[in-house]
Write a protein that binds this ligand. Structure first.
Ligand code: GTP
Ligand code: MG
Length: 335
């Protein structure tokens, strides 16, 4: 196999743009879906406020970060002021309250890694997971959404990469591959590293938004409407970026030494983070720093077997992008 970095992209790369854009557009949720989500949120809010007048509900994850596909489930966070509440107790109570309405399959999963109540709303057809006090997820959802407003190429690239990962079976954290959240961070990092850059590093800019959650200081520049046109000195297209993304992860990334970090807008070293050794289940075979919980490696789920699967998939995708006459078929072929 050829591990050399390819600097020279195929000559007819621009020919591939229309197919990628068509796929991107076909995955965007229609506006009616947003309306249905609001309808369900209003219903949930009504029940929650009756029991806990001070509590608030937030959407997080792909239904709110702008990287969600059509027909996705929604993720909801119930924020209850008190930090030392018993989450299991709250969730059991919440499940009880919601069961009394016409919602279906209401279930409290109190022993899950992230304890939730699951349910399905027959009126809108939307399924939903509700967690308690997971405010960091609400804040990182806002960060991702803010990045997506700066340059449309982020949303295009992330949609294509997520679609590829889902088609190829490498978006399964329980099998040791990466979460959608991790793939979006990889895309943001990649666009920060282009030259000239397509995205800035919001956390290195003047602070216009600041909040402390679970003792983590979250701050960054969130006036992104002032950053319109930031990436306009770079005219790379979606096809070139998809090619570049796979080429980077197949042939250029230094898995032994580097951590990608959207917080700093650059690579940082594993040594500086003390992520060089396996500690417990944390192996750090591919390192993706969480922008706020900086001791948190989103690659922690990846093990000796799944790192091979991932890297082979990156290499396969890079080969297809370089040589296949019609990459959009092969790239998304079910595994
Ligand atoms: P799809 O459902 O696959 O379309 O994507 P998604 O954006 O909902 O992604 P995912 O299920 O991976 O994560 C949902 C949300 O949970 C993310 O947007 C984050 O806000 C949060 N999240 C996921 N994994 C982590 C994690 O390891 N750490 C933290 N802090 N948040 C996470
Ligand atoms: Mg989700």
């Amino acid at each position: 196999r050829n591990y050399r970095s390819r600097t020279e992209c195929r000559g007819d790369i621009q020919r591939l743009n229309p197919s990628f854009l068509t796929i991107y557009e076909s995955l965007i949720p229609p506006n009616e879906e947003k309306e249905k989500q609001k309808q369900l949120m209003a219903l949930l809010d009504k029940h929650v406020k009756k029991e806990w007048p001070e509590a608030r509900l937030f959407l997080y994850g792909s239904c709110a970060n702008s990287f969600g596909f059509r027909k996705s489930d929604i993720d909801v966070c119930l924020a209850i002021g008190d930090a030392d509440i018993d989450k299991a107790e709250i969730l059991l109570k919440l499940a009880d309250i919601l069961k009394s309405d016409h919602l279906e399959n209401v279930q409290a999963l109190t022993r899950a890694r992230v304890p939730i109540v699951k349910l399905m709303d027959p009126t809108t057809g939307i399924s939903c997971d509700i967690c308690v006090n997971n405010l960091l997820a609400v804040i990182n959802t806002k960060l991702l959404r803010d990045y997506s407003k700066i340059d449309v190429r982020l949303r295009q690239l992330a949609f294509i990469i997520k679609h590829w990962a889902k088609s190829r079976g490498v978006n399964e954290t329980y099998q040791g591959t990466l979460s959608s959240y991790a793939y979006v961070l990889m895309c943001i990092h990649f666009l920060q590293m282009r030259s000239p850059p397509i995205l800035p590093c919001l956390q290195e800019m003047e602070t216009t938004y600041k909040i402390n959650v679970d003792n983590v200081e979250c701050s960054y520049f969130d006036q992104v409407d002032k950053l319109q046109g930031f990436g306009s000195r770079n005219n790379e297209t979606i096809a070139q970026l998809v090619w570049g993304f796979f080429n980077y992860w197949a042939h250029s990334h230094d898995y032994a030494n580097d951590v990608i970090s959207i917080r700093s807008g650059s690579l940082v070293s594993k040594r500086a983070k003390d992520w060089t050794r396996r500690i417990g289940n944390d192996r750090h075979l591919i390192c993706i720093e969480d922008p706020f919980e900086v001791s948190h490696d989103l690659g922690r789920v990846v093990d000796k077997r799944s790192i091979r699967v991932l890297r082979e998939e990156f290499e396969r995708a890079a080969e297809i992008m370089q040589f296949d006459p019609n990459p959009c078929v092969k790239l998304f072929e079910p595994y």
